[in-house]
Design a protein around this ligand. Structure first.
Ligand SMILES: Cc1cc2nc3c(=O)[nH]c(=O)nc-3n(C[C@H](O)[C@H](O)[C@H](O)COP(=O)(O)OP(=O)(O)OC[C@H]3O[C@@H](n4cnc5c(N)ncnc54)[C@H](O)[C@@H]3O)c2cc1C
Length: 452
């Protein structure tokens, strides 16, 4: 049932659709969470004016708006239901300009992450935050979740690569945050505040991204270990040795089997867990030698990629980890972060949870950041938000807390992690953040129920 207020907005907006199939598609993302009902309608924004009009009408009629990029989120941040209207930004997908001298790209929010890198390549530049979903996720969604990726080990997450934003506030006003210069400290850092705010403070309609010179040289190594705890200990040894690989990814034995089965590779024949490492820059080979030395005591076998194709195939195996698991059933992707020296303890703890709760947990990790993705896979159609999977998720969050970590490293809180947020933030911080949200959105119309 469309709410009367949504109906008013949808009638007044030229880009609105109430088509059932479009509403159904726009109400879910990739977390596996299925809302009980669909959104009342979808606005397909083509330009900034469409977004401004949406928020002006939403304020006028008191309609709840759910911003949506490419819908690849894993925390139910862009899921929507009855009484809500989805604002789909995927058609705002132009790269507006690239300034190779300043090393910046100005883009619309619906641009696919990988497209920025394709465009930057022409100038020998690259955009560092590269989620494994690079081919399917949008820059607007990356900014809203402060997304991470493989290269973030060295270059930092999205917040380190966004200089300035143009944002439509909940009342329809336009706000420019940040600046186009590399440095600048005038006023509070509204840019940093927007990044990671999960579409609750404003809607990103344009972004100025920082590009970096493409490394002249890279070295890539794959190492196989008897088990996951040994691989994690090796990753911690890399950090302890003061090395800064541009990639340091861990995959457990179950993930290797899933990838092998989906891609026809044979990683699991070489070991029970894998670390994929890449170094870059003029000293790439030297740094790789030091890295190999650090991990060798823990490894069964190390192999340097001898060709660019070999290196790409290894990277692709990691990118395909989640899609490979999705072939096995419904996945629930957790996203805890722990101090880098406690990775092995985290993995041992996850294995304990798996045994105690009787669920199947696959583990991949951005190991250099201490960011683990324990992934529960249940038979297709089975609920991931109740019973043993939910209990296992709760155990994982408490495990992260116990180890001095966090319940989300890069996917955000969305709807799915609300239960555990108060414990992580504490009452003072939570109340202050809720008051801050009210300053931006006094009517509570932007992505209600999500984030905080
Ligand atoms: C196979 C796979 C691999 C993944 N790997 C990674 C990974 O390595 N690292 C990682 O960080 N994530 C990863 N993800 C999760 C996901 O891709 C990221 O969270 C991504 O940033 C979401 O982008 P999106 O465009 O799909 O956003 P959506 O899913 O559409 O939205 C995500 C959030 O952003 C908000 N939002 C979207 N656009 C805007 C906007 N313009 N303005 C304001 N708010 C907005 C939404 O309301 C929602 O809260 C992966 C997902 C999949 C399916």
């Amino acid at each position: 049932m469309t709410s009367p207020t949504s109906q008013l907005l949808l009638e007044d907006h030229p880009r609105a659709s109430v088509d059932r199939a479009l509403r159904a598609r726009a109400s879910v993302e990739r977390s596996g969470f299925v809302p009980p009902t669909f959104a009342d309608g979808v606005i397909f924004a083509q330009d900034i004016e469409d977004v401004v009009l949406t928020m002006k009408l939403a304020s006028k009629y008191g309609v709840r708006i759910v911003p949506r990029g490419a819908g690849t989120g894993l925390a139910a941040g862009s899921c929507a239901q009855e009484g809500e209207v989805v604002l789909d930004l995927s058609a705002m997908n132009q790269i507006l300009s690239i300034d190779p001298v300043q090393g910046i790209a100005t883009v619309q929010p619906g641009v696919i992450n990988a497209a920025v890198n394709q465009a930057a390549e022409e100038y020998n530049l690259f955009y560092a935050p590269d989620p494994a979903s690079t081919a399917i996720c949008s820059i607007g969604g990356n900014i809203a979740t402060n997304a991470g990726g493989m290269w973030c080990a060295k270059y930092g997450v999205t917040r380190e690569s966004v200089l300035s934003l143009l944002v439509v506030l909940p009342d329809g006003q336009l706000l420019r945050t940040g600046r186009r210069t590399i440095k600048g400290v005038a006023g509070y850092d509204m840019n940093a505040l927007m990044i990671g705010s999960e579409g609750t403070l404003g809607i990103v309609v344009e972004a100025v991204l920082r590009l970096r010179p493409k490394p002249k040289h890279t070295a890539t190594l794959v190492a196989y270990f008897p088990d996951e705890v040994a691989a994690a200990a090796a990753a911690s040894a890399v950090s302890a040795a003061g090395l800064t690989p541009s990639v340091l990814e861990l995959m457990d034995g179950k993930t290797l089997l899933a990838v092998d089965s989906a891609m026809g590779t044979e990683h699991h024949n070489s070991g029970g867990a894998l670390l994929l490492a890449q170094t870059d820059g003029y000293g790439a080979d030297l740094e790789m030698q030091a890295l190999e030395l650090a991990i060798k005591p823990f490894a069964e076998h190390c192999e340097l990629a001898t060709t660019e194709q070999h290196a790409q195939a290894l990277i692709e195996a990691r990118r395909q980890a989640i899609p490979s698991m999705e072939k096995l059933g419904t996945v629930s992707i957790c996203d805890i972060g722990v101090p880098r020296n406690r990775l092995a303890e985290a993995i041992a703890g996850l294995q304990r949870i798996e045994a105690e709760r009787g669920v199947s947990i696959f583990i991949i990790a951005h190991a250099a950041d201490g960011n683990l993705h324990p992934i529960i896979v249940v038979p297709a159609g089975q609920s991931i938000i109740s019973g043993a999977p939910k209990l296992a998720l709760a155990d994982m969050f408490y495990l992260a807390q116990e180890l001095g970590g966090t319940l989300t490293g890069e996917h955000g809180i969305g709807l799915l992690k609300q239960d555990w947020l108060p414990e992580e933030l504490g009452e003072t911080s939570l109340q202050l953040q809720r008051r801050l949200r009210k300053v931006f959105d006094p009517q509570g119309i932007l992505n209600p129920g999500k984030a905080i």
